[in-house]
Design a protein around this ligand. Structure first.
Ligand code: UD1
Length: 345
């Protein structure tokens, strides 16, 4: 065994893909998840893919006592990958306090336990949302942090600050890496895990695949009058498997002492910007389906365009996204087909 990693939110979309990569790299994995946005069955699916069943605890990280008990029981944890958080932008505007309590308190509880139980390393799920609409594209890690567009975005900014301040105060006993994700889409090639939004999806890719399958009637394209080549918004979409691999590299970096500062942050994207219409075209190419869509007004709070400068991640982490936009839409479609087939059985 390479070491023992606690993955919070390990049955969620990005968490489950990261658990698979960790196990395949020889790590022992312990998952904590409150199943607020995922299913227990994901643990069995991880076992189907890897042949190893990770240990699973179902509880909420806001519960400080349970967090403490976990670390008292699971001794010898070498690092934490902290995914567990609420992530719907619109919902965060409706329920800011739920987001502040959930996203901030969970991290505070983990950091207190890390200090008490001498857990040395943490990887944090951050987001390109911390940049707002950058003045310069592609955006690099030194870009100024703009006022957040939503309570969700604000929690990512505050969590990065909580990490920075605590790691400084812990004076070398805890190391952290924040990975600023761009737009993760796609699914594992096994077709056994992927994104499973509850209810009507907010994000583009699951909305497209559900429309392709006929669960949704039509995709609304939010605006074609932006200052971009085809008028729709531009994002840096990244395959979730590439993203998952970045976490392994980040945790390895700290475990092997290769980190250059106690707290570091990296952009995790492909470095390419694609428009909403590019994604639709890719989906039509890889699924062979014609997508029913119509252009509607802009979505409040949307950023016009953002894509990553990944030079630092590529050079420092020695990590680079490998998979193409067609790999992303193809695997997302395959996952949609598999899910629906299974539901009908
Ligand atoms: C948003 C958040 C991001 C968060 C992510 C995860 C912002 C600025 N970004 O990303 O921080 O990590 O959600 O939940 O808040 N679109 C349509 N029709 C749809 C859905 C989306 O046209 O039905 C368009 C959007 O206008 C956008 C693109 O597709 O241009 C991607 O949208 P989405 O998948 O929701 O991701 P972001 O808004 O980029």
């Amino acid at each position: 065994m390479k070491g023992k990693i606690l993955v919070t939110g390990g049955t969620g979309y990005i968490g489950s893909h990261t658990v698979v990569e960790l196990i395949e790299q020889g790590y022992e994995v312990v998952i904590v998840d409150n199943l607020s946005n995922s299913e227990r069955e994901v643990v069995d699916r991880i076992e189907k893919i890897t042949g190893v069943k990770p240990k699973f605890y179902e509880f909420d990280l806001k519960d400080q006592l349970k967090v403490d008990q976990l670390f008292a029981t699971e001794t010898g944890i070498n690092g934490i990958i902290h995914f567990a958080a609420s992530k719907a932008v619109g919902e965060s505007v409706q329920m800011p306090l739920v987001y502040y309590r959930n996203n901030l308190v969970s991290l505070v509880n983990l950091l207190e336990a890390m200090q008490k139980y001498n857990v040395p390393n943490i990887v944090f799920s951050s987001s390109c949302t911390v940049y707002g609409q950058p003045d310069k594209l592609p955006v690099d890690e030194s870009a100024p942090i703009k006022p957040a567009e939503s309570p969700y975005g604000y929690t990512k900014q505050v969590c990065e600050n909580i990490l920075r301040d605590s790691i400084r105060a812990f004076a070398g006993s805890v190391h952290g890496i924040a990975l600023r994700y761009f737009n993760p889409i796609g699914a594992h090639p096994s077709g056994l895990i992927g994104e499973l939004p509850r209810g009507v999806p907010n994000n583009l890719m699951p909305y497209i695949t559900q429309t392709g399958y006929g669960i949704r009637e039509q995709l609304s394209v939010f605006g074609d009058d932006y200052n971009t080549p085809d008028g729709s918004c531009i994002r840096d979409y990244i395959h979730v498997v590439d993203l998952a691999k970045a976490h392994i590299v980040a945790i390895n970096r700290m475990i092997s002492g290769k980190n250059k500062a106690d707290f570091e942050m990296f952009n995790i994207g492909t470095g390419n910007g694609y428009s909403v219409f590019d994604i639709i075209k890719s989906f039509e190419r890889t699924s062979g389906k014609k997508l029913n869509y119509k252009v509607v007004g802009r979505r409040a709070g949307d950023i016009e365009q953002i894509w990553a400068d990944t030079t630092i991640a590529n050079n420092e982490l020695g990590w680079k996204a490998q998979l193409t936009i067609d790999d992303m839409t193809r695997s997302a479609w395959q996952w949609e087909l598999n899910c629906r087939e299974k539901m009908q059985k």
